[in-house]
Design a protein around this ligand. Structure first.
Ligand SMILES: C[S@@+](CC[C@H](N)C(=O)[O-])C[C@H]1O[C@@H](n2cnc3c(N)ncnc32)[C@H](O)[C@@H]1O
Length: 221
């Protein structure tokens, strides 16, 4: 699935704020989750959701949770929204935008049950590493938006990036690492965590995973 199909109606699954779609008109700042999803179920955020395999699988497995993906590539955001629309998953949507803007300006404090960051772009060249999205500022925003007891899940195939992510998260006293989930044996071609997980596992490359509980101290909550 790599070419957009304009005939698929994604108006209930794709948020393009600049397009001002009436069906997805949300309170401008910050997002009103109940207005957006039409229920009070807990919300999980995926940063860099690509073609939306995680969103679709997670939304299908957990109909009592809502999922929002933030994806900077319009093309991928559209493809992910098509996947969600085709599968009829009202509890998952994609926001076409830059996480550095959407997370900071749109996501309310203490409103997320979980944040997922899977296979963030590694930016291999030394001079490009500053483009990596997983920074101290991102950890601070994730901490601001997770509710107490919330979860952060991370996976990467890039050992040095994964190590720096673990260092950045460990620098916050509010995140407590817990055993990372084991990779499960897939039952079929779409039974993977994400598209990139499928690609790397089929290539036999290692996948590094970490999971954290967010427990702020009374002073910071
Ligand atoms: C390597 S891909 C991984 C996609 C997906 N998570 C997966 O595992 O299949 C990284 C994704 O992050 C998106 N991305 C990169 N920078 C971003 C940003 N600042 N805000 C939102 N998405 C971003 C890219 O467009 C791309 O789809």
């Amino acid at each position: 699935m790599s070419r957009a199909r304009p005939t698929i109606d994604v108006s209930s699954h794709l948020i393009e704020p600049e397009a001002r779609q009436a069906a997805l008109e949300v309170a401008p700042l910050p997002i009103d989750w109940v207005a957006l999803f039409g229920n009070e179920h807990p919300v999980e955020l995926e940063i860099g959701s690509g073609k939306g395999l995680f969103l679709a699988n997670a939304a299908r497995a957990n109909p009592d949770r809502n999922y929002l993906g933030i994806e900077i590539s319009r093309k991928y955001a559209r493809l992910a929204a098509e996947r969600l629309a085709k599968q009829g998953l009202p509890n998952a949507k994609v926001w076409a935008g830059d996480v550095r803007d959407v997370l900071a300006r749109r996501i309310p404090d203490r409103s997320l049950r979980a944040v997922h960051v899977y296979f963030p772009d590694p930016w291999w060249k030394k001079r490009h590493k500053k483009r990596r999205i997983f920074t101290e500022a991102l950890v601070a925003q994730i901490g601001r938006t997770l509710r107490p007891g919330g979860e952060l899940h991370v996976a990467s195939d890039v050992e040095d990036y994964f190590a720096s992510i673990r260092e950045l998260v460990a620098a916050s006293p509010h995140f407590h690492e817990r055993p990372a989930p084991e990779a499960k044996a897939p039952e079929h071609d779409l039974d993977y965590l994400t598209n990139f997980e499928r690609k790397y596992r089929l290539e036999g490359r290692p996948v590094y995973r970490a999971a954290y509980d967010y427990r702020p101290t009374a002073a910071s909550s």
